[in-house]
Design a protein around this ligand. Structure first.
Ligand SMILES: Cc1cc2nc3c(=O)[nH]c(=O)nc-3n(C[C@H](O)[C@H](O)[C@H](O)COP(=O)(O)OP(=O)(O)OC[C@H]3O[C@@H](n4cnc5c(N)ncnc54)[C@H](O)[C@@H]3O)c2cc1C
Length: 504
């Protein structure tokens, strides 16, 4: 009997995208090894200990963790379903300090609608439209819409099937529904209602994105991780290792080795070389395409993406371990404040607070982790990081002004703080090497929503890309699918039948 030697794949990066790639590659009979520069998996899905507190610097919320949506099947395939979540009852609390208005964006759409109507009667028509669309989307399982197959492989008949299965929801993905939130709010009368929608997520996303998120929340299909992001990544790592995958931690890839326009291996920063039949990159796209591969294997479409598409603006998080309970707080509160906090020399009137009060895993009994997030810009922090003393001083000052701001809203908190941790865009970059510290890849807009990013590079054989830079939008769900899609593509190119489960 002839025993066929398994083909070897090197995967660069053990973020969720790289791990998912490894799982599907193992399931399809490849021998894989992931090279990861950090000592742990997860990349952006990161959490870390500070004394008795667990600081979560990654995933805010996600769906797919429980039966009911087809997305759950993919979570099961990669072991992500083992990470426990608690359903979100309220998407967020919105506080407008100027008017003193507090709005809970409730999972109960009747309640949310009634609250909106009582506050903004002039916008009755828009409110009905918003809620009707949210309910409408909930009538179809759209959790896999656009993700079932790699778009590169979809034929006319697949599209017809996809559209037919999602026919009831299709109208929400066309025409005016693809307007950005910024455009959608233009004809809203009440400025407060406008701001509520603008601050709910990123204002650049098509309005259908907000409907989808709220629709999942109302179906109790949106949750928060009770043991944090690293635990989530560990569950996927566990599945990968069970399938026989290998990970080399603390191994930073410096070069991709190419011979006759075929990827043949990688070089580490230590000078060590590793060869393989295929190389799959699950790290920052620009670094790989333009630095490691010298910009040789591109085309007009790729160059356009990297010159025109924006990346998601990075954020800065001030996390605090506090010897206090915040039982009455919802998990996330968005403040439109009258007392702006200065971040990167800019006044920020939007302050987002997350209270990790929904699980005992973040803090000892009677204590809580709270995290304050601000959107910020990359250049300021990158330039500042060159002067470590000044960088640390600015971080300290931001923590102090954030604490002063909190003290006015939660009296007594200042004296109860046991741990302070500040993660800047530079921290995210240093840890993951993602362009401009982007935590979700390309900025989602109507344009990116309807485009796709190639997972193969023109002219380069045996090389593929997965992870957030291989999708038009990052996030947990897209990057898990990116791992599945890239192996589907590889199997297609190799004339092999793709398997999503173990044989038998
Ligand atoms: C604060 C925050 C909140 C978020 N909230 C949500 C949310 O609510 N919902 C949601 O769906 N998504 C959310 N995301 C986004 C989501 O976590 C990411 O899109 C996703 O985890 C990206 O995975 P990835 O594998 O593509 O990339 P990464 O996580 O960046 O993984 C890449 C890995 O490659 C490694 N690497 C890089 N360069 C090299 C090299 N040269 N050699 C070896 N290894 C290398 C890195 O160390 C890293 O481990 C959030 C992210 C953050 C940071």
């Amino acid at each position: 009997m002839i025993i066929m030697k398994k083909q070897k794949i090197i995967i660069i990066g053990a973020g969720l995208g790289g791990l998912s790639t490894g799982i599907y590659a193992q399931l399809n009979g490849y021998e894989t090894v992931i090279f990861e520069k950090n000592p742990v998996p997860g990349g952006l899905a990161a959490s870390w200990k500070r004394k008795d507190y667990l600081i979560d610097g990654g995933i805010h919320f996600l769906s797919g963790y429980k039966p009911g949506l087809s997305l759950y099947n993919v979570f099961k395939e990669v072991g992500a379903h083992k990470a426990e979540c608690v359903d979100i009852e309220t998407y967020a609390r919105y506080v407008d300090e100027k008017s003193g208005t507090v709005i809970d964006i409730s999972a109960d759409l009747d309640k949310f609608q009634a609250d909106l109507l009582s506050l903004f009667p002039e916008d009755k028509k828009k409110i009905s439209h918003f809620i009707k669309a949210t309910r409408g989307l909930g009538k179809t399982d759209i959790s896999e819409f656009g993700f079932k197959e790699p778009l590169e492989l979809m034929k006319r008949r697949d599209w017809i099937k996809e559209f037919w299965q999602n026919r009831k929801a299709l109208k929400y993905f066309m025409g005016k529904s693809m307007k950005s939130v910024r455009e959608y709010v233009e004809d809203i009368h009440d400025p407060l209602f406008k701001e509520l929608l603008l601050y709910m997520f990123l204002p650049s996303v098509p309005i259908v994105f907000l409907w989808m998120v709220l629709s999942f929340v109302s179906q109790k299909q949106m949750g928060v991780l009770i043991k944090g992001s690293l635990d989530f990544a560990r569950k996927i790592e566990e599945r990968y290792l069970e399938l026989g995958g290998k990970i080399e931690y603390k191994s930073k890839v410096k070069d991709i080795l190419v011979k006759d326009d075929t990827a043949v291996g990688i070089g580490l920063d230590t000078g060590t070389i590793h060869n393989a039949d295929f190389i799959i990159s699950a790290i920052d796209g620009r670094t790989v395409i333009y630095d490691m591969l010298g910009g040789i294997y591109t085309n007009e479409k790729i160059n356009k993406i990297y010159s025109k598409w924006k990346t998601v603006d990075p954020s800065i998080s001030v996390s605090l371990g506090v010897d206090m309970e915040f039982k009455d707080e919802v998990w996330m509160t968005i403040f439109k404040t009258t007392d702006p906090v200065i971040v990167a020399e800019e006044e920020k009137d939007s302050v987002i607070i997350r209270f990790f009060n929904y699980s005992p895993h973040f803090a000892p009994e009677g204590k809580t982790v709270i995290q304050v997030d601000f959107e910020t810009e990359w250049d300021y922090w990158f330039i500042l990081s060159k002067d470590k003393k000044k960088y640390n001083q600015v971080k300290k000052e931001l923590a102090e002004s954030t604490i002063e701001w909190l003290e006015k809203r939660y009296p007594g908190i200042k004296d109860k703080i046991e741990v302070t941790d500040v993660a800047t865009p530079y921290t995210y970059w240093r840890y993951t090497l993602n362009e401009k510290g982007s935590y979700m890849g390309f900025l989602p807009t109507a344009d990116t929503f309807t485009s796709y990013v190639e997972k193969r590079l023109p002219g380069l054989s045996n090389f593929y890309m997965s992870g957030q830079w291989s999708m038009s939008m990052g996030g947990v769900q897209p990057v898990i699918y990116s791992g599945k899609h890239v192996i589907q593509l590889l199997c297609h190119d190799e004339g092999k039948k793709f398997l999503a489960k173990e044989k038998g």
